[in-house]
Design a protein around this ligand. Structure first.
Ligand code: 0L1
Ligand code: MG
Length: 254
């Protein structure tokens, strides 16, 4: 087994067993290319166990966060069917290590997308949009990682909830949203936080997924990125996002 396969096994087993791990690259030797290869191998292990890939997640799509992290591009990860949490349902907290949640906009595609598309071409491939929540649950101890490490760890993605799908014909460039826990509003934001317009996140997803040899396909779900800071969550809470015109998406943790 190569050292990259070994790293993929370590992050996959951490996710599978809900057990935190030490950083795999504390000396900062991994390249971004190697990190994405580890992610691919690690998700490949899930697919080999029978999971199905249903789409992609985009990360660090807030320009402020990108600049703060010294990044020049967004990051991405893969979504599988077992990561999806049914809207309104209850999930056990022991399915996670130290979960946090962030509000997102989700896209559902009706057409395949090649690597290079304009905003208008990306929009024409969108079947529907929905309010969503992403559960991020870094497998690393104390949520501490460098950039290649978080990429190798599927960009911290662990779960997601999607609300009702709506036609993308409304202007979704600047929809207000509120994320609340147990009815208490914690973060207020806008879809404009996603690269200035969420469609740019989909354009970036098309470029990055095709660049990795896995172009976006009809039926894929794309999470466009966190629109506010993420919030820690714990057992007994009900977590919800309400988005202007699109309604709510939520789940509870038991
Ligand atoms: O925006 C994102 O979904 C990035 C998540 C990776 C970083 C983190 O775990 O905070
Ligand atoms: Mg996210």
């Amino acid at each position: 087994m190569s050292h990259l396969e070994n790293f993929a096994q370590i992050v996959d087993q951490a996710a599978f067993n809900c057990q935190e791990i030490a950083q795999i690259d504390s000396e900062g030797k991994l390249t971004l290319e190697e990190a994405y290869y580890i992610q691919k191998l690690s998700i490949g292990r899930r697919l080999a166990r029978g999971e199905r890939q249903v789409g992609f997640k985009m990360g660090f799509t807030s320009r402020a966060k990108m600049i703060q992290m010294g990044l020049s591009d967004v990051i991405w990860g893969r979504l599988t069917d077992t990561m999806q949490i049914e809207e309104g349902s209850e999930v056990e907290v022991n399915r996670f290590i130290h979960p946090r949640v962030e509000p997102e906009l989700a896209f559902l595609l009706k057409k395949d997308l090649p690597a290079q598309v304009t905003n208008a071409q990306a929009l024409s491939a969108v079947e529907a949009i929905a309010p969503a929540l992403e559960v991020i649950d870094s497998r690393y101890k104390d949520f501490k990682f460098n950039l290649p490490e978080v990429i190798a760890d599927n960009a911290s993605s662990s779960g997601f909830v999607v609300g009702s799908w709506h036609s993308p014909t409304i202007d979704f460039s600047n929809l207000g949203l509120v994320m609340s826990i147990d009815g208490r509003p914690l973060h207020v934001g806008s879809t404009a936080a996603l690269l200035g317009h969420p469609i740019r996140s989909l354009v970036a997803a098309a470029r990055l997924a095709a660049g990795a040899g896995e172009p976006l396909k009809a039926g894929d779900i794309i999470l466009a990125g966190g629109a506010t800071p993420a919030e820690w969550i714990k057992s007994g809470q009900y977590i919800e996002v309400e988005m202007q015109y699109l309604g709510r998406a939520g789940f509870s943790l038991s």
